[in-house]
Write a protein that binds this ligand. Structure first.
Ligand SMILES: O=C(O)CCC(=O)C(=O)O
Length: 271
């Protein structure tokens, strides 16, 4: 199958206009179960790539698993991910960032409004907003467990000027966001104009979104976990021009075009 066959021209037009594309229940059940169990393994292993809640010491985020875990390294190259990213960005891509965010039942915290490109431009010198993220629903996402909310069409307005609210790259690991759109008049105006959308769906749903779309998510006060795998691709022509102090597990430095995986995702062998 060629990349051009993965999405219809209508889906691509919708993505360009709204800045997002939702594919409910798109992944095979066996693939999503494999990703879920590998995500739990990643979250349970102590590592500098893992971020824990200050109050409880419980992990809620891990970065860079595609560089350390064979299933995730395969996953970023599956045609369903890589092919769609190439179709939407219209060129070869590499992985700029990979993270798993677990928003725990009863506890999972808010992610304030932000634009990913604000971080990638200011912290990593990414030249242009030619990057995107796919959010893979590792759990069912409902209105109760903190769905990701986007401002449809908000990507087209470009970056909203936001002064840094914390210092140092380490603060970009946590949900105390360095560049947050909270209290921003521009954000208010965008929502007045475009409204808000929170795509919801079963495990294995895919939410593609443009790196400039304003987004965020509320606390999870429900008794149901909400884990989200966030895989960000950048166009090869938009590779970072200079080193950044952020480590490679946080910001991709291998700018070679990714080649598609042949065959299907394979579970690690036991023993
Ligand atoms: O997990 C979420 O709900 C949002 C996280 C997010 O936007 C991010 O990590 O940049």
């Amino acid at each position: 199958m060629q990349d051009r066959d993965l999405l219809t021209s209508r889906q691509i037009e919708d993505y360009r206009r709204t800045g997002f594309l939702f594919q409910p229940g798109a992944l095979e059940a066996s693939d999503i179960e494999l990703l879920r169990s590998e995500a739990e393994k990643e979250l349970s292993q102590d590592s500098p790539r893992r971020t824990v809640e200050a109050a409880t010491g419980l992990p809620y985020r891990v970065h860079g698993s595609h560089l350390h875990n064979d299933v995730f390294s395969q996953f970023v190259r599956t045609p369903q991910m890589l092919g769609v990213a190439r179709q939407l960005l219209n060129e070869d891509v590499y992985v700029h960032q990979f993270k798993i965010n677990k928003k725990r039942a009863f506890q999972g915290e808010i992610w304030r409004w932000h634009q990913d490109f604000m971080f990638w431009h200011n912290e990593d010198q990414m030249p242009e907003p030619r990057a995107l993220t796919v959010g893979v629903f590792l759990d069912e996402v409902t209105e109760f467990n903190g769905p990701l909310i986007v401002v449809p069409g908000g990507h087209a307005e470009g970056l909203i000027n936001t002064p840094p609210q914390t210092e140092g790259w380490e603060s970009t690991l946590t949900n105390k966001l360095k560049y947050s759109l909270e209290d921003s008049e521009e954000m208010q105006a965008l929502v007045d104009q475009h409204g808000l959308v929170a795509p919801k769906g079963p495990r294995g749903s895919l939410l593609w979104f443009h790196c400039s779309i304003p987004h965020g998510s509320a606390q999870n006060m429900s008794p149901i976990d909400r884990s989200l795998l966030l895989l960000s691709y950048n166009a090869v022509s938009n590779a970072l021009p200079a080193p950044s102090p952020r480590p490679e597990w946080l910001v991709g430095r291998d700018f070679s075009p990714l080649e598609p995986l042949e065959g299907s995702l394979t579970a690690p062998s036991r023993g």
